[in-house]
Each structure stands twice: as structure tokens, then as C-alpha cells.
Design a protein around this ligand. Structure first.
Ligand SMILES: Cc1cc2nc3c(=O)[nH]c(=O)nc-3n(C[C@H](O)[C@H](O)[C@H](O)COP(=O)(O)OP(=O)(O)OC[C@H]3O[C@@H](n4cnc5c(N)ncnc54)[C@H](O)[C@@H]3O)c2cc1C
Length: 448
């Protein structure tokens, strides 16, 4: 008896779930609305070179990703590199990684710098459950002091959560500190990882292996509805047709899931409604020259219209670009922010004007290619009650499963984390399929 599973969404969670399910012997169809796999981790064509739409770095402890590379024979494509970060504060660029750099950070008085160093160490020893109910902004102010909060943390909170910054749990920022601290090989060094060829290397290899094992990938296939009949998911509607299934895994963001599973109601759906999600727009630049030697620069300067920029080639040298550089300037926004309406040209002009403040030698003629990407659902907000309200992968329908990055809270969303969610969803779907196909015992067997 065939065991048909449908996975909705071909981002990291979906492709990983589909790959695990097909290995268990299920008949799996993966439906992805975009023309390529990868979701937020997908790549696009930059003058003949495939590069990620958004920057991705890897930290020590991203185990599901490291194990997947290993399973696919791609471990040699993972590289670790000493990374550098800086703050641009009121017209000056300060390196900001090592204890000495922190001590030299003249944007703050000396006692604030010393307090900041001690606060990071103290925070790392705190426990998630104690921090979960606290608000990050209040906690950071208390730990670091008002001035340090304004200069160091406010730009990050504003950058990541826009107007939701005041709702975020202190455990989220704590988990971020802990994640990055795992990548510290010494007080002087932070090793971040990248994959040769970008995240597409692992996503596409998973896709190829999935197909080789008999899985079916349908691109440009936007699922319109998850069909729920008699308390079970019976399939999905896509392109006006119904595709039957014995188990369905959705990996689309919670608000999209709510629209797809309209028959579902109750506490589970209300929990999904409560989680705010913010979107992103991100300027991608290919440049002839390097803007700074830093991988990551946080900005705190009234003239700069963004809170951070990532000079990706300072981590992954991308030799295929023949010495050119790649810079991402992201901006997280709520889904209905009017700034989404800015044209690419307006974004390019405003942001490149600011680059000239960060590096006065910057010349717009350095830009050989630019693009602006927009995704209205890019990051769930980790609220203070996430420990009791996060929806589980198991929905109220026994053979319908949902993954969303909010299930990683208090940890930030990562490819590795999404792989973990995909593995978990596949395991549950396998059990549901097995329960469906388990032979019912004959009456005489019962009697014996
Ligand atoms: C700017 C930015 C920077 C990031 N940096 C890092 C980083 O440095 N390191 C790291 O590990 N992670 C990073 N991430 C996070 C990482 O990209 C995500 O965690 C990961 O892509 C989430 O995977 P997912 O499968 O859960 O969701 P998604 O990637 O969102 O995939 C969902 C998929 O579902 C598809 N879909 C939606 N609706 C439908 C429908 N109706 N029918 C069919 N398909 C549908 C979408 O097209 C998409 O492909 C970053 C993300 C962003 C935006």
C-alpha cells in the first residue's frame, strides 16, 4: 500500500523533511511556489554567478546543517574563517570584537565599556527560563546601562524587529549571544562558517538526492488549500486540482498556513495568529572595491538609513567573482510598512549615499550590479510567553504537520534549525503514515 506524503514549501525545512520522508520509503511530492528551491536561502543569478539573495553564515553548533553536509559528502565545502565586526557610530568606524577593541570603543565612556564586557560574560551564565518572561529592551538597559543600550543594542533590536523591538523576550537576545559565543575560539577570534557555492550547495544537493530516490519536486506550484475532511488531511489543492495525500507537512509561514488550512479552528489557530512576523527588504550590491574589511558593520548614525550591513566577501571570498565584492544592506520591516513601496532606484540612492559616509572613498561607480529583494515574512518575533504559546509541529489534525521558525524560539531562525524542524516533522509524518498502513489484525489472531 503506498504511503503518499505532500510537503508544502521547498525552503530548508521543506526539502529536509521531504528528503527524510523519501528515505523512509514514502511516496513524496514537494510543492514549491517559487521557480527555485531554497526559500529565504535561495540563490539568484548575478551576471552568470549564482549567489544567495540573503547573506548566510554558520556558527559552531549548527549541527543539523553540518550533519547534512556530511551525509551528502559535502563536508569539504564547509569553511570556517576568522570574522570581524565593527560599529559605525556618529561618523567613525570602530572595530568591535576583541576585549582590546571593546576597550578602545570611544563611542562610550570607559566605565560603560568595562560594564559592557562584564555584562556579556554574566549574561552567558544566565538561564533561558529565567529570561524568557523578561522584555529584551528593559533587560539590556539594566545589564548594560542606558548609554551602552542606545549605542550597542538599540540598533540591533531596531534592525531585527522594527516596531516590535519592545515586545521581544530577553531570552532571544541571550540565545543570540550564546550562539555567537560558541563560535569564539578565543577572546580574540570568532570563527564563522560559509559553504562554497552558498546555501544553494546543500539545498540543491538535497533536492538532487531526493529526486534520485524517487521524490517528486514541482516548482511554480502554489498550494491554494489544504483539504481537511473527516478530521484528516486528505490532500492539497494546487493549480485548481486536488492532489491526494495520506500525510501533509506545511513549511510555509504561519500566516500563510492559516489561509491554507481554513477548516481548522480552535486554540492552535489562535496561537498561530498571535505570533507577529516581520519582513525584509535587502539591497544586494556587487562592487569593484571593498567598502570595509569587516564582515558585519552595525550603524548608529542619524544620517545612515540602515542599522547594519554585511560585506559578505569578507567571510566568503567568492573567487568566482574575479576579485569583486558583495555587500548586503538589509532592513527588517513589518509586512505593511510603506517603505516596501520604495523603488529599487530610491533604495540604491539612499543606501549608497550612506556608504560614502562609512568609507569616504566610496564611489557609486564601484557598483557593477545591484538588486533589491523583498520578503514580507522573514522573521517571527519571539514574544515573552513563547515557552507556553509556541504551536507544536503536530497540528490538531493527526496527519497534518506544521513547521515554522517560531518553533526554534528563543533561538534565532537558521538553516540548521529549519533542518531540525524538517527532521522532526518527517519523523511524525512517518509515524502517521505507518499508523495508517499498519495491517489490522485478523479476528482469529485476536483470539489467540
Ligand atoms: C536576511 C536573512 C539573513 C539570514 N541569515 C541567516 C544566516 O546567516 N544563517 C542562517 O542559518 N540562517 C539565516 N537566515 C535564515 C534562513 O534563511 C531561514 O531560517 C530559512 O530559510 C527558513 O527556512 P524555512 O524552510 O523554514 O522557510 P522558507 O525559507 O521561508 O521556505 C518556505 C518556502 O515555502 C514556499 N511557499 C510559501 N507559500 C507557498 C505555497 N502556498 N505553496 C507552495 N510553496 C509555498 C516559499 O516560496 C519558500 O520557498 C537568514 C534569513 C534572512 C531573511
Amino acid at each position: 500500500m503506498t504511503r503518499r506524503a505532500i510537503v508544502i514549501g521547498g525552503g530548508p525545512a521543506g526539502i529536509k523533511a521531504a528528503h527524510d520522508l523519501v528515505k523512509s520509503g514514502a511516496e513524496v511530492t514537494l510543492l514549491e511556489s517559487a521557480p527555485v528551491l531554497g526559500g529565504l536561502a535561495s540563490a539568484f543569478d548575478v551576471q552568470g554567478v549564482r549567489i544567495e539573495r540573503y547573506y548566510h553564515f554558520i556558527c559552531k553548533g549548527d549541527d543539523h546543517l553540518v550533519e547534512t553536509l556530511d551525509e551528502l559528502g559535502l563536508s569539504h565545502k564547509l569553511h570556517w574563517r576568522d570574522s570581524r565586526m565593527a560599529y559605525f557610530v556618529d561618523g567613525r568606524l570602530y572595530p568591535f570584537l576583541t576585549p582590546v577593541e571593546l576597550l578602545m570603543f570611544r563611542a562610550l565612556p570607559l566605565h560603560d565599556r568595562i560594564r559592557a564586557g562584564a555584562a556579556v560574560k554574566l549574561a552567558q551564565r544566565m538561564r533561558e527560563e529565567d529570561l524568557a518572561p523578561l522584555k529584551a529592551t528593559a533587560w539590556l538597559r539594566r545589564m548594560f546601562g542606558e548609554r551602552s543600550y542606545r549605542v550597542i543594542w538599540e540598533p540591533l533590536m531596531r534592525f531585527k524587529f522594527s516596531e516590535h523591538a519592545d515586545e521581544v523576550s530577553a531570552a532571544w537576545i541571550w540565545a543570540r549571544m550564546v550562539r555567537l559565543s560558541r563560535s569564539r575560539t578565543s577572546p580574540w577570534r570568532e570563527d564563522l562558517g560559509y559553504i562554497e557555492g552558498g546555501s544553494a550547495t546543500v539545498i540543491e544537493a538535497l533536492g538532487e538526492d531526493f529526486r534520485r530516490r524517487g521524490g517528486r519536486i514541482v516548482l511554480n506550484a502554489r498550494v491554494e488549500q489544504i483539504r481537511i475532511q473527516g478530521g484528516r488531511a486528505t490532500g492539497v489543492r494546487v493549480g485548481g486540482e486536488t492532489l491526494p495525500a495520506d500525510a501533509v507537512i506545511s513549511t510555509v509561514t504561519t500566516s500563510r498556513f492559516r489561509a491554507l488550512a481554513q477548516g481548522l479552528d480552535g486554540a492552535y489557530m489562535r496561537a498561530l495568529e498571535r505570533i507577529p512576523t516581520i519582513g525584509i527588504f535587502c539591497l544586494f550590491l556587487r562592487l569593484r572595491e571593498q567598502v570595509t574589511p569587516f564582515f558585519w558593520v552595525n550603524a548608529h548614525d542619524a544620517r545612515v538609513p540602515f542599522a547594519g550591513m554585511i560585506e559578505y566577501t569578507n567571510l566568503n571570498p567568492l573567487p568566482e567573482l574575479g576579485g569583486d565584492h558583495v555587500l548586503y544592506v538589509p532592513q527588517y520591516l513589518s509586512a505593511d510598512d510603506p517603505r516596501y513601496a520604495q523603488t529599487d532606484e530610491e533604495v540604491l540612492r539612499a543606501y549608497t549615499d550612506a556608504l560614502a559616509l562609512i568609507n569616504p572613498a566610496f564611489d557609486r561607480r564601484w557598483v557593477t550590479f545591484s538588486a533589491v529583494f523583498r520578503d514580507r515574512y522573514a522573521q517571527p518575533v519571539c514574544l515573552t510567553d513563547y515557552r507556553t504559546t509556541t504551536p507544536s509541529i503536530q497540528t490538531p489534525v493527526p496527519n497534518l504537520f506544521l513547521t515554522d521558525s517560531c518553533q526554534l524560539h528563543p533561538h534565532d531562525r537558521t538553516i540548521s534549525g529549519s533542518f531540525g524542524l524538517g527532521i522532526d516533522a518527517a519523523r511524525r509524518a512517518e509515524a502517521a503514515l505507518a499508523a495508517r498502513t499498519a495491517p489490522t489484525r485478523a479476528p482469529e489472531a485476536e483470539a489467540r
